[in-house]
Write a protein that binds this ligand. Structure first.
Ligand code: ZN
Length: 119
């Protein structure tokens, strides 16, 4: 595997930035961005090894999204077993009361907090 990739957005070379300008004299071009491959922790599927920035990644996905989806078809939903944990706790709300100074009073109430725990 080479140490560099070319940005995979087929239109990368059409984006007008100084960093893409190559060539000399009257033979200037905008060139696809060359990306240094990052093998951080041996993890080679870093998406930024293939796209020079967010904009190029999304241009690619807009153009080839259907083909990308076809690589890993999803024909049914997946499920993750969980436990729902409900906890009661004391909270407060503020009520208007014209009889008191400032007009609002803090009123306690029993609230419920639901958290998802993995099994
Ligand atoms: Zn690019």
């Amino acid at each position: 595997m080479s140490d560099y990739n070319w940005c995979h957005n087929p239109d990368c070379h059409k984006i007008e930035t100084q960093s893409r300008v190559r060539g000399s004299g009257d033979n200037k071009v905008l060139r696809t961005v060359k990306i240094k491959v990052n093998r951080f922790n041996g993890y080679q599927s870093n998406i930024w090894n293939y796209f020079c920035n967010n904009s190029c990644l999304f241009q690619f996905l807009i153009k080839f999204g259907q083909e990308v989806a076809n690589l890993r078809p999803v024909t049914k939903p997946s499920e993750t077993p969980i436990k729902l944990k409900k906890e009661k706790y004391e909270s407060y709300r503020y009520e208007w009361n014209s009889d008191i100074n400032g007009g609002t009073q803090r009123v306690p109430y029993q609230a419920t907090k639901t958290t998802i725990e993995s099994k």
